[in-house]
Design a binder for this molecule. Structure first.
Ligand SMILES: [Zn+2]
Length: 431
């Protein structure tokens, strides 16, 4: 089947019990995990918003029994989420380094040069495309959030403030732009109209061009109880099996796949036109077979996930309650989106954490959505000298423990909540 999004009829709006899969259109009948009701995880509050009403939505992803796409309905439109976005990718040093290595490797692999064009979808503050500039490779960023796009333009990265889809792709092709490389890092999950987005990539890709997509691998999410990586802004959760179905639907094929440690375990998938000369690497068949062995093309594994999340919640709360009953002082480290899923699902507020800290100055003086935990500068930890520090971006725990090793001078320890609650003593920790 080779259907362009533009040729497919839009699905009619349906009630909550008659929702259809955003990829294949099948009826959604199976709960993946019910994480209760919470506000959108990037809606950090200012002090004068604390007494107001907060919009909250169910956080209840379903699994499609036909294509195994785990998905949330579009409770909050991307226009609401992404026009003023609090997440500047450049605030994570390890993430910027990850991007630099990718740019150098892909430039060699695809033999990119001054006549090539690299387009990044959701290019954020230019954290990735900036690395192509010294290599002499022309770039174009497409980023719907005006404030982060501005930061990219100031770095010299040309950026369009737009949402990407078939309409924008057609417009750019009419203007004579087509890409040798399309990069989409952690954007696929945030696209409500998946078929329009992938259809757009198909249109703007040169005949022998390559698309690379990075996204958290649902195998790792399930395996390691990463229910906190589910939030309203992430509509879709993918296996390679599902990506294969998605690619085929749009006249694309998977030519390679790599497993990455980022975001708790991600895949980088390489796609080309179905008729491209580029062959598929052995890794593709290997990982598809591995997913089959793991049961990712069988509903049983998806149906058992909810109870695993509930177990993590009970264990973490049991630990935090014991520590508080012991009279200890706790704070958080980090205010990432995923932190808010964990905090709201487990109802961890200022009764447990006095405050949390973040390296992103945009968040300083603000409060976490739902639980209203104050966010301070990292230096607040040195002043307060807490006994325990709960690491909310647990995927960066090695970097954080390294940077914050000095907290051992007053005996502080770290708590990591996922895959299960554990304590890290920085004096004994070898990452
Ligand atoms: Zn489906």
């Amino acid at each position: 089947m080779n259907i362009h999004a533009s040729e497919a009829r839009p699905l009619p709006a349906l009630g909550p019990h008659t929702r259809r899969c955003r990829l294949c259109g099948a009826l959604l009948r199976h709960s993946f995990v019910d994480l209760g009701i919470s506000p959108p995880c990037e809606s950090f509050l200012t002090a004068d918003q604390l007494d107001g009403m907060e919009a909250c939505f169910p956080l209840h992803p379903m699994t499609c029994e036909e294509c195994f796409l785990v998905q949330l309905p579009e409770y909050v439109s991307p226009a609401e989420i992404f026009t003023e976005y609090a997440y500047f990718s450049s605030y994570s040093t390890s993430w910027v380094e990850h991007a630099r290595r990718y740019c150098e490797a892909i430039t060699k692999r695809l033999d990119l040069g001054p006549k090539s064009l690299v387009i990044e979808l959701a290019s954020n503050d230019g954290y990735l495309l900036q690395h192509f500039l010294p290599l002499g490779v022309p770039v174009l960023g497409i980023e719907p959030a005006a404030n982060v796009a501005r930061a990219a333009i100031e770095k010299g990265v040309p950026t369009l403030v737009e949402f990407f889809g078939v309409a924008l792709a057609r417009k750019l092709v009419e203007e004579g732009l087509q890409a040798d490389l399309i990069a989409g890092n952690n954007v696929l999950a945030q696209v409500p109209d998946l078929n329009d987005f992938v259809g757009g990539m198909k249109i703007i890709l040169k005949a022998e061009g390559v698309i690379t997509l990075e996204f958290p691998h649902i195998e790792r999410l399930i395996e390691e109880n990463q229910f906190d990586t589910i939030y309203h802004e992430h509509f879709s959760y993918f296996s390679l099996t599902t990506i294969d179905i998605m690619a085929a639907r749009h006249g694309l094929k998977i030519i390679d796949v790599e497993e990455l440690p980022t975001h708790g375990g991600s895949l980088r998938v390489y796609l080309a036109h179905a008729e491209s000369r580029r062959p598929a690497s052995r890794a593709v068949a290997g990982l598809l077979a591995h997913e089959k062995r793991c049961g990712l093309n069988d509903m049983a594994i998806y149906l058992s996930f909810g109870e695993r999340a509930r177990q993590v919640k009970r264990d973490l709360l049991q630990f935090l309650i014991a520590v508080k009953n012991d009279g200890k002082k706790l704070c958080g480290y980090g205010a990432p989106g995923k932190g808010n899923t964990l905090l709201n699902y487990c109802a961890i507020g200022t009764d447990f954490l006095d405050f949390t800290v973040d390296r992103n100055p945009y968040k300083h003086g603000r409060f976490t959505p739902g639980m209203h935990i104050p966010i301070r500068d990292v230096g607040a930890i040195d002043e307060a000298k807490p006994d325990y520090i709960l690491i909310l971006p647990w995927n960066l725990k090695d970097e954080i423990v390294r940077q914050m090793r000095h907290v051992s001078s007053w005996g502080a320890k770290f708590i990591v909540p996922i895959p299960f609650a554990m304590v890290i003593d920085p004096t004994e920790y070898r990452s």
